[in-house]
Design a protein around this ligand. Structure first.
Ligand code: ATP
Length: 334
């Protein structure tokens, strides 16, 4: 089977962008015959940005409940928390020792942080933790440990998959063919959803619409989406509208075409937002109910996660690490 891997960082409450961009397509893909799916809660990755333990814990629970509420079947897929698999940080170190530092210097996330420092007149590396610099190696370990073939990603992540290939290839070259080299699957048809302020919706920007916000909150947040000041009756540009971009992610092509026509006819922002609210609420209401029920039983979620990690370690992670330790000249732990 083809192995497909998807992770979500446990850095906050999951939002509409995570759902439309990752969760909804990943759950749909898991029902395709011949696909073996790996879903994980990226809590080691979260520590790069979030140093608030309560937030990481809460986010872990919320994201786990979200996957389950959206139809992930824990008996049919691999579902686990990254930090429950000690072989991941162990592999990270083995890969660190073959990874070119120059390659990491060129990683987008690190370069963006350096550019921001320069723009603010700071030293290049001011306030940048080494975790941010190393994150492509941790991500390579996430992927290579399970020999994942396909990693669905947005365009900005393609570089990181190429790095994982590069580190895997170097390791194979030095120590024998241990790793399958992964391929990025670019989700061209999956749009990046804008947040309330028009920037990319992101847990780090505080501009999100939480996926399972209670109905009145959902309505209030949608009402606060930034729009231009065109009045009802004035034609509106669908392609530059955040309201339209969100609508499109939740509507059928026919509904989207009808909304585009309504924009041209000059639908008022209040009416457009009401239609958006109704569309999103209709899609999410059943999952929201399951989510709330799951959140009331954290011990059950915890048991599912532990069981998933335990089975995955036995089936894949522990035997692979034993082979890798031997390959590089470390002692056999078994
Ligand atoms: P952070 O701010 O902590 O990086 P994030 O909310 O931007 O978090 P991640 O947890 O890094 O998101 O990403 C999880 C998945 O959700 C990825 O597959 C990513 O492509 C997808 N995703 C995140 N934000 C959006 C968005 N605004 N639109 C579409 N997909 C998104």
């Amino acid at each position: 089977p083809t192995r497909v891997l998807t992770g979500i960082t446990t850095s906050g409450t999951p939002h509409l962008g995570n759902y439309a961009g990752a969760i909804r397509p990943a759950v749909a893909a898991s029902h395709v015959p011949g696909v073996e799916s790996f879903y994980f809660l990226a809590d080691y990755h979260a520590l790069i940005k979030v140093q608030d333990p309560a937030r990481v814990q809460r986010s872990t629970l919320e994201i786990a409940a979200t996957w389950l509420a959206c139809g992930l079947e824990p008996d049919k897929v691999w579902f686990y928390r990254q930090s429950d698999i000690p072989e991941i940080p162990e592999l990270t170190w083995l890969l660190t020792c073959v990874a070119g530092k120059g390659i990491l210097n060129r990683a987008h996330a690190y370069k963006a942080a350096v550019d921001k420092n320069r723009a603010e007149g700071e030293d290049d590396d001011a306030a940048i933790n080494a975790g941010l610099f190393m994150y492509p190696v941790l991500m390579a370990a996430d992927i290579l440990l399970f020999n994942a073939h396909k990693v669905p990603v947005g365009r900005d992540q393609v570089q990181h998959i190429e790095m994982a290939r590069d580190f895997g290839q170097r390791f194979n070259h030095l120590y024998g063919e241990h790793f399958t080299l992964p391929e990025a699957v670019i989700e061209a048809q999956v749009a990046t959803l804008p947040g309330l302020d028009g920037r990319k919706m992101s847990k780090s920007y505080d501009n999100t619409i939480p996926l399972f916000a209670p109905r009145p909150t959902l309505k209030k947040l949608i009402a606060s989406i930034v729009t231009d000041s065109r009045a009802p009756g004035e034609a509106k540009d669908a392609d530059s509208s955040n309201v339209f971009a969100l609508y499109q992610a939740f509507a059928t092509p026919a509904e989207t075409a009808a909304m585009r026509a309504a924009f041209e006819r000059g639908i008022g922002w209040g009416d457009a937002k009401q239609a958006l609210f109704e569309r999103i609420d209709a899609e999410l209401a059943p999952q929201r109910e399951r989510y709330e029920a799951l959140m009331a039983k954290p011990a059950e979620i915890e048991a599912i996660l532990r069981d998933g990690a335990q089975r995955l370690r036995v089936a894949h992670a522990t035997p692979l690490l034993a082979r890798l330790r031997e390959a590089v000249g470390l002692r056999d732990l078994s």
